[in-house]
Each structure stands twice: as structure tokens, then as C-alpha cells.
Design a binder for this molecule. Sequence first.
Ligand SMILES: [Zn+2]
Length: 111
Amino acid sequence: MICKACGNEISAESKFCPLCGAAVSGSSGPRSGQNIGASPVQGLVRPREGRMIAGVCAGLSRAYGWDISMVRVITVLVTIVLPPVGILGYPAAWLLVPGEPLPGTIPARNL
Ligand SMILES: [Zn+2]
């Protein structure tokens, strides 16, 4: 099985890519009841456009179809209410979520 986010080969049983941490859609059904259906998550990446700091919020909003302003407001609120979560969580997401590949480095996918 190939990780859609970073393109590395990973175990078929893996739910998350060990290299980039992206969720992998395996043969098993969705764990949570939330199935977006029409718009499957393409793989969480940090887009090169529209990022404010590292693109974590932009990536989340794109991957899950959330409003980017809402994602940023929630991120700020979480950081204010629970500083360790934001202070540690954002850099962790920064490291774990792969950056969007440069155009031309991979075959074009559905955008
Ligand atoms: Zn990966």
C-alpha cells in the first residue's frame, strides 16, 4: 500500500503512515461515524498557498472541508485555554503533517 500523503510504501494494516503520520484509508471502514462521503480526505498536507504560519490550519481546513477562519479561531482559543496543547500541538502538527509537494515533483492528482 502506498501512502497518499508522502508516497512511501507502508504496511497494509497501518492506519497511519509511520513516515509522515497521515491517516491511511485502508480496507477497514471508518472508525468514527463521520463519513464525509462525497469528498474523501485527499491526505492531510500543508498547502503552500494560504498558509499563515506553517499551513497546519490551512491543511486541516482543506483536508476536512472546514472553514479556515474557524480552524484558526479554534486553534487560537485552544492555545489560550490550554496553552500546552497549542504550544506543543502546533509544532507537532508542523512536523508530522507533510508539506504539499512542489508542483511537478509528483504526477498530477485530482485537485
Ligand atoms: Zn506518508
